[in-house]
Write a protein that binds this ligand. Structure first.
Ligand SMILES: O=P(O)(O)OC[C@H]1O[C@H](O[C@H]2O[C@H](CO)[C@@H](O)[C@H](O)[C@H]2O)[C@H](O)[C@@H](O)[C@@H]1O
Ligand SMILES: O=c1ccn([C@@H]2O[C@H](COP(=O)(O)OP(=O)(O)O)[C@@H](O)[C@H]2O)c(=O)[nH]1
Ligand SMILES: [Mg+2]
Length: 723
């Protein structure tokens, strides 16, 4: 097992100072429990914030450090201003509400981004300082979204995983953030990015498509010369520990006390951090509604709501507390009696043992967040019910709902519906309760936190470490080799290689600087230049006809190898299939706003560069499937390109040009091909031994050299002309 470096905003410990000194105690939370084994066994480190230690004396600080070291924890201290701007600020005032679809809670003017960025960089620096070759790094959660990219820049060969614990929202929500692209690029520094549900994975991949034009193929995204994997890994709990607690005599004694204290009453339970995502007000209103419309339940229900103080320095949390306080007061005022009140509201935190006793005593567990990444409480409740009783009422907007189909599902925005569900839960026959609980427990026990850690780390270990990169220095190296060659034969793609993409193909015409560059290049001693493009020959003729270049159109179907020579086409290529394919492409263009069909002499192309990127990519996949089905085994080839699906006769590809132009080549000539697209890979594959292939861009390629894009291609070619 390789050494694990765990990175999370909070360390899995709590620092407690009292009159007897200062102590560091392990936290009980899911992440802490699940990762404890692998952390200890791998001999690795856990890097994070130990909480506010500003009031400690220097001696106490030293004692904390020693105790942390003992637990293999490395502290990253946050200053008061960092706590307020990185943690309370950007993380909890912006990212938190955004990911929970509450964009109205985000400050109108964001001022904390720079601190968020700096703290993420500090985390990366600290991790890099402790990294040893062979280590596996696992970064957690929304507070640290930029850490993977900062780490990738420092440690290009490291294996980096990232887990996002909260919902990844629809791209329509995510793209409202001013720094949306930076955050997404930050995550893409990882090799594997995990989420709780496939819905979050789907939202993340449409965000990639919309913001960066990156397509996810099954579970992989090609980015910056690497492959990034995405996956759903629903987090579990330490189910065995909760089950064991639930069977302990002392806990059972506490359960009995809870029940005796409410012997004539049915017990409803809610357990949450006091967070505005948890849906507590509408949950209270649902209880109120039930009591209002069904007087028979009055005096027969006790709703225990545990609310753990959380992020109290953030104003929205304080306001939320007021709202909950007020509602509790109102309901108790309305439906309480001299002897009893319906809502028992406990604003404090409980330990696992106390929680387990409550879970086990409850008739109905009421979990109704308006959004929640997962919600572990729902799972803990089931694990704590070896008696196979108790009903879970669960919000369909919690990640846990995807796995817990045997819960009574509710829409947490629908108060009346929740009152109905509550009543159904209270009246559910015993047999149904048992069947549901048995199924829930089987799932919670099998897919526990240990399964979660194992499956994520196994997947991360299975990702190949990134290949050694040919960095821009590779381009310098390529230049040195080009300079050394006696004679040069350059085969250069046009779109995406010499010019950037334009919204319409006809707008990407060559500028004066490019024409001059090509003219001078072709006039260089012992240098021949060919343009190898997918464009029609009329276009190439119009743009470059006057230059001393070889021209190759429609991926090599047509060639004019030298100025003044006639255009000739590849032999044996038919075009009668076009009448069958054209109507299909036109039908797809008509139903996809922004798409259009381009006709070339040897091919038909369906372009979608102006289409909504997610819809466009989906339609392109549909089109390819459709064409594949209808024209299977025919003389056709369907080629996916960059925002284009091209249909042409089989056997036509850019590779064909190589044989044509190298037949009369003088000895000692170095062939150099430059391209950005899939179609250029055919060209690279056909090159004779000793040639140079240069990929322009960040895609997967067989080329040995890589430059960033058109500006760098031009720079490379210009450098050939000097010295
Ligand atoms: O560290 P705090 O600001 O005090 O907040 C506590 C944690 O809250 C969030 O929990 C989330 O993770 C759970 C486990 O994956 C998941 O079940 C839940 O739905 C999430 O809300 C937060 O993501 C953590 O980073 C915080 O430490
Ligand atoms: O008084 C309490 C209430 C809750 N919890 C724990 O806090 C976690 C809450 O996790 P969840 O995923 O439900 O929500 P989050 O607070 O992470 O958004 C669960 O493990 C609970 O056992 C606790 O230790 N004491
Ligand atoms: Mg191209």
């Amino acid at each position: 097992m390789s050494r694990l470096l765990l990175v999370s905003n909070r360390l899995p410990v709590t620092v407690k100072a009292d009159k007897d000194g200062v102590s560091v105690v392990r936290s009980a939370g899911g992440l802490a429990t699940g990762l404890r084994g692998p952390h200890e066994r791998s001999g690795g480190l856990w890097i994070g914030w130990p909480g506010d230690v500003s009031r400690l004396t220097p001696q106490q600080r030293a004692s904390v450090e020693a105790q942390l070291a003992e637990l293999r924890c490395v502290p990253l201290y946050l200053s008061a201003s960092e706590v307020s701007r990185f943690y309370e600020g950007y993380s909890n005032r912006t990212l938190w509400p955004l990911c929970h679809y509450l964009i109205d809670r985000i400050p109108e003017q964001e001022r904390d981004w720079d601190v968020y960025r700096k703290v993420n960089e500090r985390f990366a620096d600290l991790v890099a300082r402790h990294y040893q070759p062979g280590d596996t790094i696992w970064v957690h959660d929304y507070q640290l979204m930029l850490v993977p990219a900062f780490l990738r820049a420092r440690l290009p060969q490291a294996r980096i995983g990232f887990f996002f614990h909260i919902p990844f929202p629809s791209s329509e929500i995510f793209r409202t953030l001013p720094h949306r692209a930076d955050l997404v690029r930050g995550l893409l520094g990882a090799d594997l990015i995990g989420f709780h549900t496939i819905t979050y994975v789907r939202h993340f991949s449409s965000t990639l498509m919309r913001l960066l034009g990156l397509e996810t193929v099954v579970d992989r995204v090609a980015y910056d010369g690497r492959e990034v994997r995405l996956g759903a890994f629903p987090m579990g709990i330490d189910a065995q520990a909760f089950e064991n607690l639930a069977k302990e005599p002392a806990v059972l004694e506490e359960v009995r006390t809870h029940r005796e204290k409410s012997s004539e009453l049915r017990l409803l339970l809610g357990v949450d951090r006091l967070d505005y995502t948890k849906g507590i007000p509408r949950r209270l209103l649902a209880v109120q509604r039930l009591l209002e419309r069904e007087p028979t339940w009055r005096g027969r229900l006790r709703f225990v709501q545990v609310a753990v103080p959380s992020r109290t320095a953030v104003a929205d949390y304080a306001a939320y507390r007021d709202k909950v306080d007020e509602l509790v007061g109102r309901i108790n005022g309305l439906y309480g009696s001299v002897h009893n009140v319906p809502v028992h509201y406990l604003y404090r935190s409980f330990n696992e043992r106390q929680l387990t006793a409550l879970y086990r005593a409850a008739d109905v567990m009421f979990v109704t967040p308006i959004r929640d990444g997962m919600n572990l409480v729902a799972k803990e409740f089931c694990a704590a019910r070896p008696d196979e009783d108790g009903v879970l009422v669960l919000s369909e907007f919690a990640g846990a709902a995807d796995e817990m189909g045997d819960a009574v599902m509710v829409n947490p925005y629908d108060v009346e519906g929740m009152a109905d569900a509550l009543e159904a839960a209270l009246e559910m026959p015993e047999e149904e309760r048992r069947t549901r609980m048995r199924n829930l427990r089987a799932r919670v026990k099998e897919y526990d936190v240990h399964w979660w850690v194992r499956s994520f780390l196994d997947e991360l270990q299975a990702t190949p470490t990134p290949p050694p990169r040919v960095e821009p220095a590779g381009a310098e190296e390529a230049l040195a080799q080009l300079r050394e060659a006696q004679c040069l034969l350059l085969l250069i793609d046009y779109d995406g290689t010499l010019v950037p993409f334009a919204p319409k193909p006809e707008l990407a015409s060559p500028d004066a600087e490019l024409l001059d560059l090509l003219q001078r290049l072709a006039s260089r001693r012992d240098t021949r230049v060919h343009i190898v493009s997918g464009r029609p020959r009329e276009t190439l003729e119009a743009w470059f006809g006057g230059l001393p270049l070889g021209l190759h159109a429609e991926h090599g179907l047509w060639s004019r190898p030298a100025p003044g020579a006639p255009w000739t086409s590849q032999e044996g290529v038919t075009t009668d299939w076009k009448n069958l394919v054209r109507p299909v492409l036109e039908a797809f263009a008509a139903r996809v706003p922004g798409a259009f069909v381009e006709e070339k002499s040897g091919s038909l192309a369906w372009h979608y560069r102006q289409v909504d990127p997610v819809f466009g990519a989906r339609q392109a996949r549909e089109l390819r499937l459709h064409l594949g089905e209808v024209f299977a085994h025919g003389p056709l080839e369907v080629l996916p390109g960059d925002k284009v699906v091209e249909v042409r006769a089989r056997g036509v590809n850019k590779g064909r040009v190589v044989a044509l132009v190298t037949q009369d080549m003088s000895p000692g000539t170095r062939v150099v091909a430059i391209g950005d697209d899939r179609t250029d890979e055919d060209l690279f594959a056909a090159l004779p031994e000793g040639s140079l292939a240069i990929h322009a861009g960040g895609k997967d390629t067989r080329a040995r050299y890589r430059v960033k894009g058109p500006p760098e291609v031009r720079r490379l070619l210009s450098s050939l002309l000097v010295g």
